[in-house]
Write a protein that binds this ligand. Structure first.
Ligand code: HAM
Length: 433
């Protein structure tokens, strides 16, 4: 039997991994500018954590979690609940009332795999805990937009408000009345959801259901004065920060913890998996999980796989570089190989990326290998060179060769000339190799 990765689980190979590194580095850079600190969380958590936060009747908790039934533990399907668990467990709110945290890592959902939808996928997740200010909502969306902009990914931002426990009951009652009249035309899932979680019907992907809910009442017409004021301030904030957005009154989200602001970064380039990122406010959740009362929170997560797909599709100039060796050492014969291994070790200690193999291949085959590796330089050392203490250094771009002393310091200077600092006309320091 051939052993293969599980369906929905994917290896990220060299060549693609550089795009991941680029995405992660860009996100880290932008998150740092907004004063976010990194937190690293476990992959396995008590099952109850997700049942209590995401909601018993959501798709995630009902059918998508990887749970070890005998142990009552679950592989995290998202990061928000875990991050709040850690926030409460370590009393982070005591040190600093408003915490800005981000985490990057793998999440697990037993969904039907397709392009942009995996069972193990990766999120860039950010959360602000302890602030109710609508300026935070606007700033988070602006930060998400900045990450996408710096990656060169074009998406649109859709926003909605889901109100709060004060305004939702009246809306829910009106929605239930509306759905009752159309029940026979809804899909089986929606018939079931109407009783447990009617808002989810608004979000059903079934085209029949979509037609039925076209004229459904909007939560935006039912917001209590506080929620309406908050949502209006969020939109003012977005306008001030010049972040374009559109209202989507049908946005519901697949997790039950949201209240007030919800938002999604949407692309038209990934077929059915249109959400590149999504999030919202969850003001009751910290208290619900045993944290301080009135502990507000808001956050979002972006799917790294989807960002990488968009970057691969985009074409044009690549912002990431494939990792290639600075130098390939082609040694011929046992003695030269042993001696060159030491030389390579010293060059590596001096921060050069050096490739070398120990398979005793011919010069021709090693040169082929060097060419394939993309190395800028090749050092050739045979018995003769070993005797004279001088190797042949070939510039792979110009094909010029020169004799060089087999000494780590001088080699290092030739392969990577020191960076020269030039002062530009506007007095800024420019680096030039
Ligand atoms: P979510 O909408 O479930 O929200 O996921 C956020 C993003 O993760 C999605 O927009 C998508 O890009 C990516 N994603 C989700 N499922 C998959 C999958 N099966 N395969 C590939 N990518 C996927 C949350 O997870 C919330 N915790 C976000 C949040 C943070 N809300 C507040 N704070």
């Amino acid at each position: 039997m051939k052993l293969k990765a599980l369906n929905g689980f994917k290896d990220i190979l060299p060549g693609e991994v550089e795009i991941w590194q680029h995405v992660e580095a860009t996100a880290r850079r932008v998150f740092a500018r907004f004063d976010f600190a990194e937190i690293r969380l476990p992959i396995l958590e008590p099952t109850e954590l997700f049942a209590r936060s995401i909601g018993e009747t959501t798709d995630i908790v009902e059918k998508e979690m990887y749970t070890f039934v005998d142990k009552q533990v679950t592989m995290r399907p998202e990061a928000t609940a875990s991050l709040i668990r850690a926030f409460i467990e370590h009393g982070l709110y005591v040190q600093k009332p408003v915490q800005r945290l981000f985490t990057i890592g793998a999440m697990f959902r037993h969904e039907r795999p397709q392009k942009g939808r995996l069972r193990q996928f990766h999120q860039l997740d950010v959360e602000v805990l302890g602030s109710q200010s609508p300026l935070v909502d606007a700033e988070l969306m602006a930060m998400g937009s900045m990450v996408l902009q710096e990656l060169g990914v074009h998406v649109s931002l859709e926003i909605n408000s889901l109100g709060c426990p004060q305004c939702r009951p009246a809306f829910r009652a009106e929605l239930l009345r509306f759905l009752a009249e159309r029940m026979e035309h809804l899909c089986d899932d929606c018939k079931r959801r109407s009783a447990s979680n009617p808002l989810r019907v608004l979000d059903c992907k079934n085209s029949g259901c979509r037609r039925q809910v076209q004229d459904a009442p909007s939560i935006l017409d039912h917001l209590c004065p506080d929620c309406a004021e908050h949502f209006s301030a969020v939109q003012d904030g977005l306008r001030r920060l010049e972040v374009p957005y559109t209202l989507n009154r049908f946005m519901v989200r697949g997790l039950d913890y949201y209240c007030r602001t919800t938002f999604e970064f949407i692309t038209t380039n990934l077929g059915a998996q249109a959400a590149v990122g999504a999030g919202g406010r969850y003001d009751g959740l910290v208290a619900q999980l045993g944290g301080p009362k009135d502990g507000p929170g808001i956050g979002f997560a972006m799917g790294i796989e989807r960002l990488v797909l968009l970057l691969q599709q985009r074409g044009g100039e690549q912002a990431w570089t494939l990792s290639v060796p600075d130098l390939y050492v082609a040694a011929l014969g046992r003695e030269a190989t042993q001696s060159c291994q030491r030389l390579a070790y010293l060059l590596r200690a001096g921060d050069l990326r050096v490739a070398m193999d120990f398979e005793g291949k011919s010069l021709k085959s090693q040169m082929k290998q060097a060419d394939k590796s993309g190395a800028s330089w090749v050092l050739i050392v045979g018995e003769e060179e070993l005797k004279t203490g001088e190797g042949l250094l070939r510039n792979m771009q110009t094909q010029e060769q020169q004799r060089v002393v087999l000494d780590a310091d001088s080699l290092s200077r030739m392969v990577r000339p020191p960076v020269r600092h030039l002062i530009a006309a506007d007095d800024s320091v420019v680096q030039q190799n």
